[in-house]
Write a protein that binds this ligand. Structure first.
Ligand code: FAD
Length: 287
């Protein structure tokens, strides 16, 4: 099923994100986690795709597993920064053959120390153009309520986003955020700029407080004082941090749904127990 049709239902729904194992690392344990995640009945499951080299060999097979063996709509991420047009066409042919109808079109980042290669694709918009030419896929794109870290001004970032959407994006998924007001303000800005496609709110259930505090410092994601207090108090106690992280994410999601946002994407990080606990807390809210 195309994700734009799922979103058009206008009912609260939650999707999950998983990542494949690296080359030469068995995919079976990941598949077991994904099969368990699928039993929690997300609206779709997205599968990440590494940038460059052999980082992504298990990505399309895992997306195919989601679609065909779990019976769940798959969203295949695809990065372009180190890809050739031939590689993109090859991956889309594999996805089509596997019955995957949705692609999240991303630029990706060159891994530190790697050669970016010919840089056929400089930005995600270039990939969206190729995928629109190929046709037949429902296309998603990434967006950043707190601005992409490489872009000095949010207004410029949104203006580039507008071009990306204009090139053929059907829906957007946000980077994680921990303060819903930042997301609400961003949504208003997008609408002001004439970006009207559905925006899925990206929520990260935090189970490792210290790690996320470091990631947020690097990416510039704002940590509300309420969140910092949780990390300070429970960061060294993993079971307590899990309880607090699930409660914080659930509260964020309830607030989003209460304010008319219908779609949330959970960065589940291959952890079924976290997703199950969140879904259990929303039984009568999520369609
Ligand atoms: P773009 O849309 O190309 O934007 C990147 C930067 O370029 C921004 O600063 C933007 O303002 C700027 N820009 C855009 N167009 C222009 C232009 N024409 N001229 C000048 N500047 C421009 N990474 C992975 O490797 N694999 C994944 O599976 C993955 N999944 C993700 C899923 C989500 C929901 C999100 C939010 C991110 C994901 N990422 C993933 C990370 C993403 O690849 C990085 O954040 C990357 O730096 C930007 O990708 P993008 O598609 O947003 O790029």
């Amino acid at each position: 099923m195309k994700i734009k049709d799922i979103l058009a239902r206008g009912r609260p729904s939650i999707s999950f994100e998983v990542f494949p194992s690296k080359k030469d690392v068995p995919l079976e344990p990941v598949k077991a986690a994904v099969a368990r995640l699928a039993r929690a009945r997300p609206s779709f499951i997205s599968v990440t795709y590494g940038a460059g080299g052999s980082a992504n060999v298990n990505s399309v097979p895992l997306a195919s597993f989601v679609q065909n063996e779990c019976g769940t709509t798959a969203l295949a991420h695809l990065t372009c920064i180190m890809a050739t047009r031939e590689k993109i066409l090859e991956e889309t042919a594999h996805l089509r053959a596997a019955g995957v109808e949705n692609i999240l079109a991303l630029r990706g980042d060159v891994p530190p120390g790697d050669d970016p290669g010919p840089e056929v694709y400089r930005h995600a918009v270039d990939l969206v153009r190729t995928l629109s030419e190929v046709g037949g896929f429902c296309l998603g794109g990434a967006c950043y309520p707190e601005c992409h870290p490489a872009c000095p001004h949010l207004e410029d970032d949104i203006s580039f986003l507008k071009d990306k959407v204009g090139a053929g994006i059907d829906f957007l998924t946000t980077q994680m955020f921990f303060d819903n007001n930042i997301f609400y303000r961003y949504l208003y800005k997008l609408r002001e700029h004439g970006i009207t496609v559905p925006v899925i709110a990206g929520i990260m259930p935090v189970t490792n407080g210290r790690q996320i505090a470091r990631i947020c410092q690097l990416s510039g994601t704002y940590l509300p004082s309420r969140f910092k207090a949780i990390v300070d108090r429970f960061g060294d106690n993993p079971p307590a941090m899990l309880d607090a992280g699930v409660a914080y994410a659930t509260e964020q999601i309830v607030d989003l749904f209460a304010n008319g946002v219908n779609s949330v994407h959970l960065y589940t990080m291959n952890k079924p127990e976290v997703a199950e606990r969140i879904m259990a807390g929303l039984t009568n809210i999520v369609a």
